[in-house]
Design a protein around this ligand. Sequence first.
Ligand SMILES: Cc1cc2nc3c(=O)[nH]c(=O)nc-3n(C[C@H](O)[C@H](O)[C@H](O)COP(=O)(O)O)c2cc1C
Length: 195
Amino acid sequence: MVLVLGILGSPRRGGNSEILLDRALAGAADASAEIERLHPASLRIAGCTECNDCYALGECSTADDMDRVYAALERADRIVVASPIFFMSFPAQLKAVIDRTQKYWALKYILREPFPRPAGSPPRYGAYIGVGATKGKVLFDGARLTLKYFFDAIAVEPREELYVLVRGIDEQGEIREREQALEDAYRTGAALARL
Ligand SMILES: Cc1cc2nc3c(=O)[nH]c(=O)nc-3n(C[C@H](O)[C@H](O)[C@H](O)COP(=O)(O)O)c2cc1C
């Protein structure tokens, strides 16, 4: 049984990303996956200070709730990030999590050690569910690029064919009116679990 971790990037509870993430996790559960959820905005997670301790230790010296996030990231077989666009990027709470995975970047590129997973673990795949208020062509370009490097640091292969990108959504819960997006999120969760 694969473990699908959903990371909610929005600080807004009951918002569009959360509704879509819940659909995706329902899809994953229906496809027999075990599911877990993380909400960075509900945790105390400081930004990376670039102390570079992780270059020597492979560990982060900042003590806060990121410990729980590291454990969840290491457990997960699949990761789905659901997040709104804030200023063409990710909300700060999620970006703090991403920056703090610098210790995995250091492990890979400085210390040349493998990502800490038990031997025989399945390959890791990642998906993204994005929402934004505007409709421009480049709306998700920043998020897509940041995710590519985040996933690389944590040894996850991005599966862009499973990305669900929804434009023109702003009010809290407005996504409930977009049946297609809800279906796409469900299907992405199920497909991610079955990869
Ligand atoms: C601080 C902030 C910055 C935002 N920046 C953008 C943006 O750059 N482009 C955009 O299309 N929408 C932007 N939005 C709108 C949100 O992406 C939109 O309201 C989204 O539906 C929120 O999703 P949620 O309900 O999951 O939080 C921004 C919203 C906030 C609060």
